[in-house]
Design a protein around this ligand. Structure first.
Ligand code: MG
Length: 269
């Protein structure tokens, strides 16, 4: 049967319109669904909470966080951080507004736990660089202590793709590699949604991670298969809704500064 040209054209337009309308809501469905209790443009709907934005960092100076962020590192001491090894005070070096991993002192973690969050963190690998592959400016940002966003000097340096900077270790290589040379401050802006478990400990929704590295999207709502691991792909095990954020001691003097988090599970004030 021959379909009139006009009908085909209309069908095409309708299909395109459908895709355009449905795509944003589909993308947004992961963490936020439209609240249909409100009418479109409802004048009684409260406007968003006012937040004073932070200021960007420069190479010399760390910027400031937005007004509703929790500052995780004040540049002066490691209050709010504990040692993975001793469970006592964190023993990394604090100098010139930065903290530096100290070989043998172990990873550190926040004393406070977080679930869904927006995390900003800046890191710098040693200059001149030392070592090769994974043995070169290695550290890591561990969301909930078990989901690693890799920190590594992969500036003109080789390693396995799912272990380079910006990777979700062992699971997702970064989409691109926007890394700066060693000795330069690099930024991660991470949006994390923790996994959800039912009362029997089964996953009802996996964890999702979005990462901007130096302002460039490197992880786009990546769906984690479970905790990240070396040479393994462990399945999820039910865990608490809030767990500490960790930084890795991989025996390299990697520095961090300007660490802040916005808690996405607390209602706006
Ligand atoms: Mg690492």
């Amino acid at each position: 049967m021959r379909i009139p040209r006009l009908t085909r054209l209309r069908a095409g337009i309708l299909l395109l319109a459908g895709i355009l309308v449905l795509t944003p809501s589909f993308l947004a469905a992961q963490s936020s669904k439209a609240d249909l209790n409100w009418n479109v443009h409802d004048p009684t709907r409260p406007m968003a909470t006012v937040v004073t934005p932070g200021t960007p960092s420069t190479e010399e100076k760390a910027g400031s966080p937005p007004s509703d962020a929790i500052v995780l590192f004040n540049g002066k001491d490691l209050s709010g951080w504990i040692s993975d090894k001793t469970k006592g005070p964190a023993e990394w070096k604090v100098e010139n507004g930065t903290m530096e991993a100290v070989k043998g002192k172990g990873g550190i973690r926040t004393s406070q736990g977080f679930g869904d969050c927006q995390l900003h963190i800046e890191w710098r690998t040693p200059d001149p660089p030392v070592g090769k592959g994974q043995d070169r400016g290695n550290s890591g940002v561990f969301l909930m202590g078990i989901y690693e966003v890799q920190v590594l000097d992969t500036y003109q340096a080789q390693t396995y793709a799912d272990g380079q900077a910006g990777a979700l270790y062992g699971q997702f290589p970064p989409l691109v590699n926007p890394i700066l040379p060693p000795g330069k401050w690099q930024t991660y802006d991470i949006i994390f949604h923790r996994p959800r478990f039912d009362k029997d400990g089964q996953v009802t929704r996996p964890a999702y991670v979005t990462v901007f590295m130096n302002g460039v999207l490197v992880q786009d709502n990546a769906e984690l298969t479970g905790p990240t691991s070396h040479k393994a792909r462990p399945a999820y095990k039910a865990h608490a809704d809030r767990m500490p954020l960790g930084l890795q001691d991989h025996a390299h003097p990697v520095r961090f500064r300007n660490i802040w988090v916005r808690d996405l599970e607390k209602p706006a004030q």
